[in-house]
Design a protein around this ligand. Structure first.
Ligand code: GLY
Length: 284
């Protein structure tokens, strides 16, 4: 099968002066993930590598540049899911964690649990060689000014063996309560992969959870609906249910889609036809 990767940098409303920086960021992430696929690597390795690029890029709401809690702290949510085995690893509300997708991958590999939360997750993280970010290291001026938005970063991929994987990472919503968990680390909400497709969502987490957005898309794909129509219908249902904004990237065996309800969602991809990027494909 032809490998493909799609990366998003969060659904939202972004000032025009930031557009090019966001597009540059998602392009770099897609290229990093695709290099792994092109070398025969797995979809799982590719999505983790792509999301790590965006966690380290201060333009995005994940890792460095995360949205802050109302206490002015950073608490990370992330998940990674391997469609071929249905293994998933996730972390939520973990303070001072700059590499949340990598820790989620460790949870997946350990295989004992699916989701570790809060400060206690540092016990496992420490055993796996992770260290808390130094005080203030993940906090940017943009986040301090509460401009990070509800963005999230994510990647979905299909590898040459026809396996699918998804990864999502976020600082969550601006001024969230400490301890709040959004959609990103929850299977079937912000992140999903199975033997037919992979999905990473972005937008208002509570609405995505109520809509079980990623799983809705996966169920439609299992019924034979293409990735764009499956995502469009699930997003329209979310909008009707909650009135809030969201977006999703989806890949299956037939192709991929990246669509959102919000004004923008920076997206980059590399597939059999080459590389590309844009600021979104809005659901009418
Ligand atoms: N979609 C990101 C969040 O609400 O946490």
């Amino acid at each position: 099968m032809t490998p493909a990767i799609v990366v998003h940098g969060g659904a939202g409303q972004v000032e025009a002066e930031r557009h090019e920086r966001l597009r540059t960021g998602v392009r770099a992430a897609a290229a990093r993930g695709h290099a792994i696929l092109a070398a025969g690597g797995s979809a799982l390795d590719a999505v983790v590598a792509a999301v790590r690029v965006l966690e380290d890029d201060p333009e995005f709401n994940a890792g460095t540049g995360s949205a802050l809690t109302r206490d002015g702290t950073v608490e990370a949510d992330a998940a990674v899911m391997d469609g071929a085995t249905r293994r998933i690893g996730a972390v939520a509300a973990v303070p001072d964690l700059g590499e949340a997708v990598a820790l989620a991958r460790e949870v997946l590999e350990a295989g004992e649990h699916v989701l570790l939360v809060g400060p206690a997750a540092w016990q496992f993280a420490g055993e796996r060689g992770f260290h808390p970010a130094p005080p203030g290291a993940l906090i940017t001026e943009r986040a301090r000014a509460r401009l990070a938005g509800a963005g999230t970063v994510g990647a979905v991929a299909r590898d040459a063996a026809g396996r699918f994987a998804a990864a999502t990472s976020t600082g969550g919503t601006n001024a969230k309560r400490p301890g709040r968990v959004g959609d990103s680390p929850l299977p079937g909400c912000g992140t999903w992969a199975d033997d037919r497709c992979a999905i990473s969502a972005t937008g208002h987490g509570e609405s995505i959870i109520r809509a079980a957005l990623a799983h809705r898309i996966a169920v439609a794909i299992a019924a034979g609906i293409g990735p764009r129509e499956a995502a469009r219908a699930a997003l329209a249902e979310l909008r009707a249910l909650t009135g809030r904004e969201a977006g999703a990237i989806t890949v299956d065996a037939t192709g991929w889609s990246a669509i959102q309800l919000s004004a923008t969602m920076p997206v980059a991809w590399v597939d059999g036809d080459g590389a590309g990027d844009h600021l979104g494909d809005r659901v009418p």
